[in-house]
Design a protein around this ligand. Sequence first.
Ligand code: ASP
Length: 348
Amino acid sequence: MSGPLSRREFLASTAATLPLLAPAIPHAMRPLRPLPPSRWAAKPVVVASANGLRAVQKAFDLLIAGADTLDAAVEGVKIQELDPEDDSVGYGGLPNADGVVQLDASCMHGPTRRAGAVGCLENIKTPSEVAKLVLKYTNHIFLVGEGAKRFALSYGFTEEDLMTAHSRDAWLRWRANLNPTDNFLDVPDTERLTTPKTGTINCNAVTPQGDISSVTTTSGLSWKIPGRVGDSPIIGAGQYCDNDVGAAGSTGRGESNIKVCGGFLTVEHMRRGMKPADACLETLKRVVAATEPRLLDERGRPRFGLSFYAVNKRGEFGAATLYPGRYAAHDGTAARIRDTAYLYQRGN
Ligand code: ASP
C-alpha cells in the first residue's frame, strides 16, 4: 500500500477526479463515496489476470475516488472488452466454429451479496456491464443467448459487429485448415492462429471500506461449438465473492475449473485461513486430481493451462497457475505485473 496520503492531498486528488469520474460509470451501484484514509478499514487492492494491467490501474483509481467495488472492477475490465487488440475478450474476441462471437461474463457484489451473469451473448461489446445489470435490476442471476441480448438492448446497448479484421482472418484460416479434403484450400498458419486459444479477464477489487467484488469476462475458447459456455459466466467457477472472506476468479481451461467450482473452492480455502496464493494452489491440486487421463502427460501433469487469482478482506492477494505465469495487481503503490505461484516447472 502507498504511504498514507495526507488529508489535504487526499481531498485535493478526490476533488480533482470526482467531477470527471461521476458520469463515467453507467448504472453505478452507488454514487462515489470517498473514505478519508484515517477511516480505511482495509487495504484497497485490485487483482486481475495478466492482461489486466490497465484494468487494475483504472479500478484502483476509482476505488480511491470512492467508487463502489463492483463498479470499479467492471469499469476496469471494460478496457479489455473494448480493446480490439485483445482477442480473448469482448470486441475482437475470437469467434465460435460458426464464425460468431459469443461472449460470457459474470460478477458478484460483496456488499449486497448479489450475482449476475450472461452467456452466449452476441453483438454486445461489454458483457461485464450486462452481467452487472442482471445483478442490479433483476430477480434472476443468469441470462443467456437471445434473451440476454434483448435484455441488454432494453437498457440502451446497441448491437455491433464484434469481429475485427484479425479475428475474421484467424477464423477463416482455422476453417480452411480444418479438413485437408474439403473444398477450402489449406493456408499457411505461421502465427498458429488455428490452434484453439483461451483468454479471459478476471478482476477482484477490495475497497478501503473492506467491500469486495469480482468479475470475469471472456469470448471463451476460440472455435468452440456454438452454444458452449465455459467457466467464466458460472457463479462459483469463473469467479466468486463473499464479502466476509474474499473473492477469487479464474482464467484458462474452463471445463477443468467448472468441475471443481474453483472460484467458490478458493474462497472456501481462504475462509479456513489460507492465504490467497495458497488457496489458489490448493484449488489447482484439486483440479489435477479431477483431470481425466487424456488431458494429462506421461508424468501426470495437465496438458492445459489454468490460473486462479484471489484477494481477501484484509487486502492480501495472490495468484497461482499450473505452470509459471503472471498476473496484474495494484497493491496501493503501483499497478504491476507479478509472477504467480505455480504447481509445476515447464519442461522436465
Ligand atoms: N476460461 C475461459 C473459458 O473456458 C477461457 C480462458 O480463460 O482462457 O471460456
